[in-house]
Design a protein around this ligand. Sequence first.
Ligand SMILES: C[S@@+](CC[C@H](N)C(=O)[O-])C[C@H]1O[C@@H](n2cnc3c(N)ncnc32)[C@H](O)[C@@H]1O
Length: 226
Amino acid sequence: MKIQITPERYVAVDDYFNSLLLADDTIPAKVLAHCEAHAMPAIQVAPNQGKLLNLLVRLKGAKRILELGTLGAYSTVWMALGMGPDGRLLTLDFDENYVRVARESLRIAAVDDRVEIRLGRAADLMQALIDEGAAPFDFIFMDADKENNPRYLELALKLSAPGTVIVADNVVRQGQILDAHSEGSNIKGLRRFFDDMAGNERLSATAFQTVGSKGWDGLLIAIVNG
Ligand SMILES: C[S@@+](CC[C@H](N)C(=O)[O-])C[C@H]1O[C@@H](n2cnc3c(N)ncnc32)[C@H](O)[C@@H]1O
């Protein structure tokens, strides 16, 4: 039998896995429904990627998490549920309307006691954390504008310690990452980000492609070396 590889088939495989493996994850599902009801752009992580973040947080035993790019707090909630009640998560976004929806998401998920949202430009807020001598984070999820990823990496390293895990979303962008001559600011930013990763002895990293409901994209996962 010749198997047809189609976008629909990738989505069907995700649906199959999610129906079995995410069936008990009812809280993030409620948060996603809340985001959809408020017409948030559907640019949040896919459910199986949210679960991956949750598992990575648990594998790491992360108790201090920084997120760049909150949107409706869907990924935030997945990570907050993974770190448990004694963890603290700080998430940054510059869009007041998104933050309003996100605050409600945190209440729906009952994690508002352990998650703080700061409103502003991610780079400015990260610099403020450095200036105030914030303790290192043990997990950093980069999911704001990709144009500034090189700057975010530089700042993230100042907010890290050996063992800090850094995850970055949307690093494939339908394969556009291969376009060395792209004029797109996001692709330029991502390509510089990969160059900076590659040339940095403090980091060990890998990246992989994802397909499914979010199209063809990918994640990068890195650890700060000891
Ligand atoms: C892809 S969405 C985040 C999705 C979210 N992490 C999730 O998976 O549920 C990107 C978010 O980054 C925010 N953003 C973009 N540029 C930013 C910047 N320079 N500073 C702060 N937030 C920014 C946008 O407002 C948007 O909410």
